[in-house]
Design a protein around this ligand. Structure first.
Ligand code: AMP
Ligand code: MG
Length: 280
């Protein structure tokens, strides 16, 4: 599958990216492929974990109800939980605010061998923080300030990549109408009531500002090496399928292999085989 179609392209406006799936794949086909990809991911993760050479950092961003949480649930199920660390970033605590903005996310970076998942990330610091002017003295329009933050993020990710932590950046792209449908479902479906947060309605009023902030963030942090993937997400089955395709490809690119067993270790294995076979 040609995933380059979903990579952020320079100069292309956010509103021109599709939120609906392309034609040519049915829900049934996508779900079957997702199942296959789960097995592939598990096999690749096993090697990643054994090798302990690289880590994968999956960064999930999107408006409220865009499907971040459920993608974690549905796509990553089947991986070895011991090799996965999920961290959700909410509004920072007083203690977190005493630090630089990437402090808390740095503490949560995955060690080599693991898959780290950031459900929201330091990108919030150029999104919600920008939209609501949460840094005193730096309003939404203070281009220089936000451009500098994006540069810091770009440099940070380049540093991570060069040190074996590979960022994979995913944006769940939904339409405003689809968000309304999902929020209504949270009101109408008793099983989803717990998910309803009045704050989501408040944030929805800033939809256009968020789209602008996302656009700016993508423009300056999507690179050839560490691109943003913009997933058409009005259909959850499609976004999940696509996420699984991206993860398989990104894991393959790391070429994880089981560690090579040294001659010395082989001799040791033979020694213990003999002992065990003698019934000890
Ligand atoms: P949820 O992902 O629905 O649990 O909501 C988490 C909320 O925390 C979202 O509204 C985010 O925008 C907000 N949030 C995350 N990071 C920050 C941040 N650095 N500053 C302010 N709000 C944040
Ligand atoms: Mg929310």
């Amino acid at each position: 599958m040609d995933l380059s179609l979903f990579r952020c392209q320079p100069g292309k406006k956010l509103e021109t990216y599709e939120t609906v799936p392309p034609s040519g794949i049915t829900k049934e086909e996508a779900l079957a492929r997702l199942d296959e990809n789960r097995l592939k991911m598990a096999a690749l993760q096993d090697k990643l974990y054994a090798e302990r050479k690289n880590a994968l950092l999956l960064i999930l961003q999107g408006m409220d109800a865009s499907g971040k949480d459920s993608a974690i649930k549905r796509v990553l199920t089947g991986l070895n939980p011991q090799g996965v660390e999920v961290t959700s970033f909410k509004a920072p605590t007083a203690a977190e605010l005493e630090h630089d903005y990437m402090w808390r996310t740095s503490l949560a970076l995955p060690p080599k061998g693991k898959i780290g998942v950031f459900n929201r990330s330091y990108y919030e610091d150029v999104l919600v923080v920008r939209v609501h002017g949460l840094v005193p003295g730096h309003g939404m329009g203070d281009k220089e300030f936000w451009r500098a933050r994006c540069r810091q993020i770009r440099n940070h990710e380049e540093y991570l990549l060069e040190n074996g932590v590979v960022p994979v950046k995913i944006f769940f792209h939904i339409s405003k109408e689809e968000q309304a449908r999902r929020l209504l479902k949270r009101i109408d479906d008793p099983g989803k009531n717990w998910k309803f947060d009045a704050a989501d309605i408040k944030e929805r009023a800033y939809w256009e500002d968020y789209q602008r902030a996302y656009q700016k963030a993508f423009e300056s942090t999507s690179t050839d090496q560490i691109p943003w993937y913009l997933l058409p997400s009005d259909k959850k089955w499609y976004a999940r399928f696509l996420l699984s395709e991206i993860l398989v490809e990104e894991l393959k690119r790391l070429r994880p292999e089981y560690p090579v067993v040294s001659e010395q270790k082989k001799e040791m294995l033979e020694h213990y085989r003999a002992l065990l076979e003698q019934g000890r």
